[in-house]
Ligand binder design. Structure first.
Ligand code: FAD
Length: 382
């Protein structure tokens, strides 16, 4: 594996770093404090061609590959987790099911506007009674003439309720085999479909400027051509889409951990106690050394998974490892960064307090870290 980014990959990284510095960092406090979804940022990202990084050019994207995507994500995630997590859900789980399983017509109709950044993508798997246990979902889709009627409630869906949201790609129970085993299918449900309404936007401890909602489906009819992929195998399709999502959450975590390291190091070199900067104390040096080592490990695992993806090789185990390790690193780096800032780190005057609140979900979303361990163990043959 070559760890050097190509010139193209580096240009994308620099573009994202500059964008974050100019457009995100100066405004992030306002968005987060007011819990305001910054639609203008995504419009600008669309102008820069950043909303379809994993989608080939023929469908409106730039198809830069996963390694370039990780490099880009680290830059945005270091600046603001609300923007980065919205971008993450859009680029991976919100778009990839259409790329992987959509018909050419479905790609033209729904993937192209997503990849161009005219619309925002969303993925609805989780429900009030089914999170880790995806097979336990209760939303149903029953055949009706040449369409399907969807009933149920999705919870914690990212990106479905903004002005630029396209709708949601959801999973529903669509029947049962003769032996009683449930079958699942995936559907695109566009905004404005009768019977589909937005529920409450959840108040969270972090990711303050993101849209995370309940979605309600009551007798919601979609035509047959809204079925994504093959009827009956939707669960397998969703699991496949989640694997690239895990590389993305690893990159989101990597950015947060790197951001914590940078601000904590800077603070330690400024803050004086006992007549010297606190960076002179070995206790603080060891924290920074441990953070830097873990960040580097997280980076290697994340790039390895992304590299495998780009090679067309199996990457599911490495994606789970990267997500597990990088998100744990993000949480511990955020905690240590607050510790290094002392009482100031507990106030909203320093970005580390927000990193600390944002970090926790990284260990929960896209499959909790307990579930990542189960995935890894399964790959080991357990
Ligand atoms: C901000 C945010 C955004 C989200 N965005 C989306 C989205 O866009 N789309 C979407 O579909 N979902 C989304 N989610 C949902 C997220 O993926 C789920 O919260 C997550 O999968 C866990 O499900 P749960 O919350 O129901 O927890 P549970 O599944 O109820 O888990 C509770 C605890 O039990 C543990 N546990 C469960 N089963 C096992 C087991 N077999 N072995 C060991 N431990 C176990 C879990 O690890 C966890 O610690 C989002 C959530 C949040 C908070």
């Amino acid at each position: 594996m070559n760890f050097e980014l190509t010139d193209e990959q580096r240009s994308l990284q620099v573009l994202c770093r500059d964008f974050a510095r100019k457009e995100i960092v100066p405004n992030r406090d306002e968005w987060n404090a007011n819990k305001r979804f910054p639609i203008e940022v995504f419009r600008k990202m669309a102008e820069l061609g950043l909303m379809g990084l994993l989608v080939p050019e023929e469908y409106g994207g730039t198809g830069v590959g996963a390694v370039a995507y990780v490099a880009a994500m680290e830059e945005i995630a270091k600046a603001d987790q609300s923007v980065a997590s919205t971008w993450n859900a859009h680029l991976t789980i919100g778009s990839m099911p259409l790329l992987y399983f959509g018909t050419p017509e479905q790609k033209r109709r729904w993937l192209v506007p997503l990849a161009r950044g005219e619309r925002l993508g969303a993925f609805g798997l989780t429900e009030p009674d089914a999170g880790s246990d995806a097979r336990g979902i209760r939303t149903t889709a029953r055949p009706d003439d040449d369409g399907w009627i969807i009933d149920g409630t999705k919870l914690f869906t990212s990106n479905a309720g903004t002005e630029m949201s396209q709708g949601v790609i959801l999973l529903a129970v669509s029947g049962a085999r003769p032996d009683g085993v449930k079958e699942y299918s995936a559907f695109m449900v566009p905004r404005g479909t009768p019977g589909f309404r937005l529920g409450r936007n959840l108040n969270k401890i972090g990711w303050d400027a993101t849209d995370t909602r309940e979605l309600i489906f009551e007798g919601c009819r979609v035509p047959a051509d809204h079925l994504i992929g093959t009827a009956g195998v939707g669960l397998r399709q969703f699991m496949h889409a989640l694997a690239i999502g895990r590389i993305s959450v690893a990159a989101l975590s990597l950015g947060l951990a790197q951001g914590c390291l940078e601000v904590a190091l800077d603070y330690a070199q400024q803050r004086k106690q006992f007549g010297q900067t606190i960076s002179r104390f070995q206790a603080i040096q060891f924290k920074l050394a441990d953070m830097a080592t873990a960040v580097e490990n997280a980076r290697l695992l994340t790039y390895k998974a992304a590299w495998l993806y780009d090679q067309g090789a199996d990457y599911a185990k490495e994606a789970a490892m990267a997500k597990l390790y990088a998100s744990d690193t993000a949480m511990s780096a955020a905690s240590e960064a607050v510790q290094i800032h002392g009482g100031y780190g507990y106030t909203d005057e320093y970005v580390v307090s927000r990193f600390f609140r944002d970090a926790k979900i990284l260990q929960i979303g896209e499959g909790t870290n307990e579930i990542q361990r189960l995935v890894i163990a399964r790959h080991l043959g357990c």
